[in-house]
Every structure is written in C-alpha cells, then in structure tokens.
Design a protein around this ligand. Sequence first.
Ligand code: URA
Length: 472
Amino acid sequence: MQHVVIPDIGAAQIWREKARGFLASGIAPDQILWGEVSSDADLFATQPPAHKQGTITVPRSFVALANTVVWHNDPERFARLYAFLWRLRTAPHLMSDRGDSDLARLRNMEKNVRRCQHKMKAFVRFREIGCESDKRRSFAAWFEPTHHTVEPTAQFFVKRFADMDWRIVTPHVSAIFEQGRLSFVTGQPKPDLPDDASEDLWITYFRNIFNPARLKVQAMQSEMPKKYWKNLPEAASIPDLIANAPTRARQMAESAPTLPPKRMAQVQAQLAACTSAWKGPEGALEKDIAACTRCPLHRSATQAVLGEGPKDASLMVVGEQPGDMEDLHGKPFIGPAGQLFDDVAAAASLDRTSTYITNAVKHFKFQAKGRRRIHQRPDADEIAHCKWWLDAEVDQVKPELIVAMGATAAQALTGNGASILSRRGQIEHTATGQPVLVTLHPAYLLRQPDAQRRSEAKDLLLNDLEVATRFL
Ligand code: URA
C-alpha cells in the first residue's frame, strides 16, 4: 500500500507529479492512500516511483479539471481524481461521457471551486495596515473560503493590486504579496485588523447603490451568501436595508421623477436630428437630394434621380427606385417600366404632366454582371434613410392623394411592408394622415411569365389608376 500526503500549498503540482508516477508504474487506485496535511513536513509517507518522462498521455480536459478539483475541500478529492485518471487509461472517451457518475461528481466539485473563487474575488475586503516601506502601501484581509481557493485565485489579486503590498490571511493558507513577489504560507487565525478609514465611504456607497424597488432577498443571498457576511463591513447594513425597502420603494414611487442628466439632453437632440424631418431653406430640397450620401447607394449610382412634376400637384406617384435608364438620364420612369406606366396612366386618363412622380429610393441599386447592371431591391435600411427625402417631397407638394406603386413605395409611405397583392386597390395612410392608394408596380407586370397574366396584372393597375383619377 502506498501512502501519499499532499500539502495545502502547491497541491496541484504535487498531486499531478505523484499521480503520473503511480500511473506510469501501473499502481491501481486501491493501492494508494491519499491524505492531506497543512504543512509540508511529513510530506510523503511513501515515495512514489518516479515516472519515466513521456510515457503518459492524459487528455488536456482532464488536466484542466484536476487543476481545479484539487482545491476542493473534500478530503477524498485526490483519490477521486486518481481513480478517474486510472479509468481514463483504457477509456479515453470518458471525458465526454455525460452519463458517467464519477465525472459528474468531479464536474460538480469543479463548479463549487469556481464559485468559491468567484466569491473570493468579490468578497475579500482589505484594510490598510501601514507602510512597511516608503514606497508601497500595505493591506491585509481576512477571508474564510469554503474551498482551498487562495492559491488558485491569488493571481487575480496580483494583477489588480500590483502596486501595493498585501496579504490575504485564511485558516488554511495565506497569500503574501510583497515587493512584487507572491508567496504562500500556512494559514493563521483571524488577525486583529485595524479599522479602515475608507470603510465608511464604502458602506455609504453600498447603501446608496442598493435599490429598494428591486429587492429580491433570495437572489441577493445567493449572490452574497450569509456565511460571508461576518467579514463584510457593508453586510451590517443589509438587515436594515431589507427591512426598510418597502417604505423606501413607496417613497420613490410617490416622489417626482428626477431630472435627466445634462448628457441626456444631448443624446435626445442627436436622436431627434436623426429622426426629424428635412428642414432646409426653400428651394434647397432638390440640391440636397442630389448631394445625398445618407446611405452607401450613392457610391455606385450615377446620380440621385429627383422627383419630377408640378410642386403643387394634387397627385403624387411613388415608385421604388430609378432603374438603369433613369440612373443614366437622371429622370424618373423613362425606362421600360416607365413606358408601361405611361400607357396604363393614359388609359386611366391620368395626366402624367400634372402628376408629381418620384421614387422611394433616389439612387439606383444594382449588381454589376459583366456590362449589365442588374436591379437589386433596396433593403429596409436604405428605404428608411431615403424616407427623409420622400417625407420632404410629400411635405412640399402636399398632394391630395399619393399612389404607392409596389412594396417599397408602400413600405416607405405607410410603414407596412406586407405583400401588395392583398392590399392593392385600397387606401391606406401615411403616419401624418395623407391617403395612400396602394397598387402594383409596372415592373411587376413586366415580370409576368405570359401574356395572359401580364394582361390580368395590367387590368389591376389600370383599375387602381382609374380609382386615383376619380379620387381627384
Ligand atoms: N422603377 C421605379 O420604381 N422607378 C423608376 O423611376 C423606374 C423604374
């Protein structure tokens, strides 16, 4: 039988070395008695056989698991780890076997240690104990961790408090950081630490960040378990804060809202500038649209295509975006879809010259394929950016009726992006109440696969444009 005693300090490395030695020599778990000791005297009752380098392969995931579990307070932890390691020799897949009860127990122990480390990071409270050297201030803390977490957590404090000397004293092991060097010594009883001048400030801060309207006692106690309270100066305030929470929450609800900070006004102004309407000087709208860079579409398009027609038209017709021809010539609805629109409009007795015609998006969006530019539908963002201009046009023309041709125009004008086929022929409204007659886009007619369907779609558009003419 082998007897091994692992000390509190350096346990991870020592256990690892010993376990490797036993494993390499084929010593089964039931042949080893693992023990713990709080000093490095009497370290190894039996010297385990030295292992030959390079003969053992252990999954990395196990090494990580073991490096945490060794700090658990279960006296059986070393034996449990070794027993599992022994099984891993012949069943390397075990590390991913979620049904394995040994692994489940080790994982649970790992979780407990991690939780304890987390609590240590949150609940260690240092007090200044005077300057031992001229340059560095010196602090000490008393902490009672559930597991042996001082050693694996010390680096967190090293990073955070690198410019001071400190020590964290616990019953098992104490960490000492002096002149930039970290060391560990055997634990000590609770030291008599002086009151800290900054403690009152900290308690005041704690009382102030406590929100009585959000009190959840259970959640609070799970986050800050009671066993830590005795070493937390702020914890003395907790019973009082809990008891007075309902009264304070009621008072908060009854009192007037506090004024938003100055910065809030700035944020609101910026927000308003993004969402508010165009407010340029009279006659500047077209120039501003022509210079638009509100979205990336301006980069590849030839030019912004402006609306066309009388500025006091009673009818406004809105399409989607300029096509290839419109982009090159800078005029709306002059390509194939525009010609079809002219035909149907004429049949509906709608006079294009007295109509203001524009698009929801002012720049041509396309994908280049060789020498061809293939139309791309504008996305919601592009439609939203260009709505700034469309709203300004509507505001300037003040039409009695707007005809939205196709889904993009309908979405920009009504905010509703639903399918046109179920909505066409009906009057909807803009956010400011102007009537919008929703209809098909002439390009939809062109996309129909046969003459029959094209003719049916054309009748629908004709019908809707007749409604528009009658409306006026
Ligand atoms: N399609 C549109 O929606 N608008 C145009 O100007 C041309 C084609």
